[in-house]
Design a protein around this ligand. Structure first.
Ligand SMILES: O=C(O)c1cc(C(=O)O)c2c(n1)C(=O)C(=O)c1cc(C(=O)O)[nH]c1-2
Length: 243
C-alpha cells in the first residue's frame, strides 16, 4: 500500500488498477454467462440474485443522500434514486430489471419475494448498504466507483448474451441500455469528488480500500452463484432450484 501522497492523477490510476485486477468481469461465472456456456436456469439464477442488488441500490443511495451535507451533492445523488426507482410505476431501473426476469420466465411475485435468494447474495448486498451507511462520505462515494468499469462489462454482456442464447432478446436486455450513459455520468462525478477530497494519505488509502471492498461485494455475489449453480452445484436450502 502506498505510503506517499498521490497526485489526483496517480490516485485515479491506482483506482483503475484495482478495477483491472478485481472487477467482476474477471470472474469465471461472468465469462461463462457472456460466452453462452450457461443453461437457461443458470441465467435465471443470475438474474434472480442480481435483482436483489438492483432493488437495494436505491436504498443504498437514499442512505447516502440523507448524510450528504450540501444541496448540490444531494441534487446530484438524488438523480441516482430517480434512475432506479423511476418517477411512476413501471419506470426506472428496478422495473426494467423485472422485465429481464419476466423475459427469462421467472414469476414476478417470486422474484420480488426474495424467497429464492442465495444467502451469499443477501450478505454481500447488505454489506454494501451497511458500508455506505457507516463509513465516511468519502468512502461511501468511492465505493460506487466500480461503475467506472461497468460500461465495458455491460457492452460485452449484451453482445455476448444476444449472440449466444436463443432465449435472450434485445428487449429482455433493455435494462442495460440506459446504464451505458448513466454509469459514466455517475462515475465521472464520483471520481472527480474523490480526486478533490482525498487529500491525505489516510484518506487516499481509505478510498482505495473502499473500491477493493466493493469489488469484493460483486465478486462474492458471483462466487455464491458459481458454487450453487455451476460447481459443485450445492444449492443452499430454500434457494431457487431449477425445475
Ligand atoms: O451490470 C453490471 O455489471 C453492473 C455493475 C455495477 C457496479 O459495478 O457496481 C452496477 C450496475 N451494473 C448497475 O446496473 C447499477 O445500477 C449500479 C449501481 C451501482 C452503485 O454502486 O451505485 N453499481 C452498479
Amino acid at each position: 500500500m502506498s505510503e506517499t501522497l498521490l497526485s489526483p492523477g496517480q490516485l485515479e490510476a491506482a483506482l483503475r488498477a484495482i478495477g483491472e485486477e478485481r472487477y467482476h468481469n474477471r470472474h469465471p461465472f461472468h465469462r461463462a454467462l457472456h460466452d453462452g456456456r450457461l443453461s437457461r436456469t443458470q441465467v435465471q439464477a443470475w438474474a434472480l440474485n442480481r435483482y436483489y442488488y438492483q432493488a437495494r441500490i436505491p436504498a443504498k443511495d437514499a442512505t447516502l443522500l440523507a448524510r450528504l451535507p450540501t444541496a448540490e451533492l444531494r441534487r446530484e445523488w438524488r438523480r441516482r434514486i430517480e434512475d432506479h426507482d423511476g418517477d411512476a410505476p413501471g419506470t426506472g431501473g428496478v422495473a426494467r430489471w423485472l422485465r429481464l426476469t419476466d423475459g427469462l420466465g421467472l414469476e414476478r411475485d417470486y422474484v420480488e419475494s426474495l424467497d429464492g435468494l442465495l444467502p451469499g447474495t443477501r450478505f454481500a448486498v447488505d454489506a454494501y448498504v451497511h458500508f455506505v451507511g457507516e463509513r465516511s462520505i468519502l468512502e461511501a462515494i468511492a465505493s460506487s466507483l466500480t461503475e467506472l468499469f461497468s460500461p465495458t462489462i455491460i457492452s460485452e454482456r449484451v453482445s455476448g448474451m444476444l449472440r449466444n442464447y436463443d432465449f435472450i432478446t434485445q428487449d429482455t436486455l433493455a435494462y442495460f441500455t440506459p446504464r451505458l450513459t448513466q454509469a459514466p455520468r455517475d462515475s465521472d462525478f464520483a471520481l472527480a469528488y474523490v480526486k478533490t477530497h482525498a487529500c491525505t494519505i489516510p484518506q487516499q488509502q481509505a478510498v482505495l480500500a473502499a473500491l477493493r471492498f466493493k469489488c469484493g461485494v460483486l465478486w462474492s455475489m458471483l462466487d455464491a452463484l458459481d458454487y450453487a449453480y455451476v460447481e459443485p452445484g450445492l444449492i443452499p436450502p430454500g434457494a431457487f432450484r431449477p425445475v
